[in-house]
Design a protein around this ligand. Structure first.
Ligand SMILES: [Zn+2]
Ligand SMILES: [Zn+2]
Ligand SMILES: [Zn+2]
Length: 726
């Protein structure tokens, strides 16, 4: 028994058979609508990326999300849409004037750019500190670790300690753990100042045992021990880091602001002078709101070299303006057409010699390896990146053997199969060796080929959608992450090649996927400044409730709502039920064990705001939370900035996009004729089962017939619920 779905328009030629959401939304020849449930949860199943397996089995608990890479709103003043248009225009004007032979950018080049991943290089000392702190860190962040109070904060960011906070989720626990960490850090710093001669004195011993008594209970002994161990380790690593500052600091970086990012090259990284350990990141990190990249290193703007290498760029004449030019050249992978702007730049720089835009990927790569790495795409990543964003780690044999036994073990534990210990030792290089020279050495050649092969693989099997990706850290809605693209920027991009209606755009559709809920998407007329008094701020809040627990029998769902108050009033407004539109049945019939897809639609003409499910869940839950704002109350056309925030838990968000048209694929349609025919029968079946079994009627756990987390009790559309179990 199931709901008849629409046939996939691509039928036999469908290229999305590797995407569970797509398989859950459309019918395909030879594939059951409701595939069998794989016995192994998605995050463990080794066959999940196998197309044939996926055609037969669906998966729960995919957990393909990341831990929190905090956002510092580093891009909040960058207009990426304008930047890329400006880059495109500059190149086009130049090649027009210089009479180059023109050629359309090949799709292969665009694909190649979309398949690039950020690559970071470092030395052994930094690598060891990365392992202890559990993050790849910006230079600025490392500098902060000279101060005790910052080390305390770094401990609180560590994944193990964070897990404890989230587990207990109680301000008193948090405060006491904070104090315990503070004392432990202080002891380590005191030891370091006295060259290890001092151990903890009686006074601090007493303070520690006092704190530990206060914490246990509620904390378990092993949690306290973990806090103790990690604090000591992190404090020691921080002290080591600041005493033997491995010289990668560059005085210009703070001026450019690049010291606040983790450096990388988007593509094969041949800057061997940064170290022999090569860390590649998953592409998702480039879709983080704090990430960006430039077509050359920031320092080449400062040194003016870029103006000699890219003749279409004009030196603006002084330091301040060159720095500004750098900011105005930043691109973001989530902004539509970024790959075209990048391609045009790469092609022009390769074509310069022959004044021709007739350039292919091979020629781009050839140029890539013949110049210094500062002339290739420079990625600026968020300043604190947890290790689950790491794709691969390449390390020469001798460097690995040189690590401390503890570091070797923790590297293996942290990266598992992604840690690639090369059979080669690190290459010997002479000063002045070009990247091309380096490629004659075995280790460099090996890593380069691996990186290129990975790009090729992603070109053949692109896996990433092009929206914002971020796991929003729990902050009780105190922190609001502003997205790198605004609504007016999205409209600007849309109308670049479409005629604009005189009345302006009619709709805007914001789609995003999120897990677990208890999150807020806030649209405002000005960016939310933490701590600032913003008397003229207008907000539209879209709050997604925490998903109801499927563990307890008691079914309870709090309100998902739309409102026009300040986000800080969330608690008050929920208590007083002062909400413009709300629902506490928003999760009924949904699969709550995976990403939800949401759609927030604004109608500028009528003032309607509508929140609904999109994607597979929209087949099962048709609820619309809707409110019509009159213009005096809230003028929707004034809302421009989009913010994300989370309550009591970290919320993974991905594929967030702003659209002027609905994305048809995310609104799968049910064959209503089919439904009417069978609904009676289904209803009877449901009632009968429910009657015999007071527990949620279709939770046949013993037989494992249905995914455990399908929200069982729907009063809305009973026939629809059954579809899931058939
Ligand atoms: Zn399809
Ligand atoms: Zn499986
Ligand atoms: Zn998970």
């Amino acid at each position: 028994i199931h709901i008849a779905r629409q046939l996939c328009p691509d039928g036999n030629k469908c290229s999305k058979l590797s995407q569970e959401d797509h398989l859950e939304s459309y019918s395909h020849p030879g594939i059951r609508d409701i595939r069998l449930l794989c016995k192994i949860p998605g995050y463990k199943c080794s066959l999940r990326s196998n197309d044939e397996h996926l055609k037969k089995y669906r998966h729960n608990k995919n957990h393909d999300h990341f831990s929190t890479a905090p956002s510092s709103n580093l891009n909040s003043s960058i207009n990426f849409a304008r930047n890329q248009s400006h880059l495109i225009k500059t190149v086009n004007i130049y090649i027009d004037r210089s009479n180059w032979s023109k050629e359309k950018i090949s799709p292969e080049i665009l694909n190649w750019i979309r398949a690039l991943q950020p690559v970071h290089r470092c030395r052994k000392e930094i690598f060891e500190s990365i392992l202890v702190l559990g993050h790849v860190m910006s230079r600025h962040y490392m500098n902060l670790l000279e101060k005790q109070e910052n080390v305390g904060r770094a401990v609180q960011q560590h994944s193990r300690v964070r897990l404890i906070f989230l587990k207990y989720n109680n301000p008193v626990v948090k405060e006491n753990v904070g104090k315990l960490i503070e004392i432990l850090v202080e002891i380590e710093f005191a030891k370091a100042n006295l060259h290890g001669k001092r151990s903890a004195d009686a006074d601090s011993e007493q303070k520690i045992s006092m704190m530990e008594k206060r914490l246990q209970p509620p904390l378990e002994g092993k949690d306290i021990q973990a806090i103790h161990e990690w604090t000591t380790k992190i404090a020691r690593a921080s002290i080591d880091l600041s005493t033997n500052k491995a010289g990668i600091g560059y005085e210009v970086d703070p001026k450019l602001g690049t010291d606040k990012h983790v450096f990388s090259i988007m593509g094969p990284h041949l800057g061997h002078y940064y170290g022999d350990i090569v860390i590649t990141f998953k592409q998702e990190i480039m879709f983080h709101p704090d990430a960006n990249f430039t077509i050359q290193a920031g320092t080449t703007f400062y040194s003016q070299n870029i103006y000699k290498q890219r003749l279409w760029m004009k030196d603006p004449g002084n330091e301040t303006k060159r720095i500004e030019h750098f900011h105005h050249s930043k691109l973001h992978c989530s902004v539509p057409r970024y790959e075209y702007a990048t391609a045009l730049e790469l092609v022009a720089s390769v074509g310069l010699e022959h004044q021709s835009m007739n350039v292919n990927v091979e020629a781009i790569l050839e140029k890539w390896i013949s110049v210094d790495s500062h002339q290739t795409l420079e990625g600026h990543l968020p300043q604190l990146i947890p290790l689950d964003y790491v794709d691969r780690v390449y390390i020469p044999k001798n460097v690995f053997e040189d690590l401390s036994p503890e570091a070797r073990q923790s590297a293996k534990g942290a990266f598992k199969d992604s840690l690639i210990i090369s059979i080669y030792d690190s290459d010997e290089n002479k000063p002045g060796d070009t990247p091309k020279d380096m490629l004659n050495h075995p280790y460099s050649k090996y890593v380069f080929e691996e990186l290129c092969a990975a790009i090729k693989q992603r070109m053949d099997r692109p896996h990433i959608s092009r929206g914002i990706v971020i796991t929003v850290g729990a902050s009780d809605f105190a922190e609001h992450i502003v997205l790198p693209i605004s609504i007016t920027q999205a409209q600007y991009l849309y109308y670049l090649d479409k005629p604009q209606s005189p009345d302006g755009p009619e709709f805007i559709y914001i789609y995003w996927q999120a897990m677990d809920g208890d999150m807020m998407l806030t649209l405002t007329n000005e960016k939310i400044e933490p701590g600032g008094e913003q008397f003229n701020m207008k907000c539209l809040i879209c709050y997604i409730a925490k998903k109801p627990s499927t563990v307890t029998e008691e079914f309870h769902e709090t309100f998902t709502y739309l409102n026009d108050d300040l986000p800080y009033q969330h608690g008050n407004n929920v208590n007083a039920v002062r909400l413009k539109a709300k629902s506490n049945t928003f999760y009924r019939g949904c699969n709550t064990d995976d990403y939800f897809t949401f759609c927030l639609k604004l109608n500028y003409r009528t003032g309607h705001v509508t929140l609904s499910h999109a994607g597979p869940n929209s087949i099962y839950n048709h609820e619309k939370i809707e409110y019509k704002f009159n213009r005096a109350e809230l003028d929707l056309s004034k809302l421009d900035y989009i913010h994300l925030s989370a309550g009591t838990q970290d919320v993974p968000v991905r594929n967030l996009t702003i659209n002027l048209e609905p994305i048809a694929e995310l609104h799968p349609i049910v064959d209503t004729q089919f439904k009417r025919d069978t609904s009676n029968l289904l209803e009877r079946y449901l009632v009968a089962t429910a009657h015999n079994n007071p527990a949620p009627p279709i939770t046949n756990r013993a037989k494992k017939q249905r995914p455990l987390a399908i929200n069982p009790r729907s009063n809305i559309n009973k026939s629809v619920i059954l579809g899931r179990i058939a």
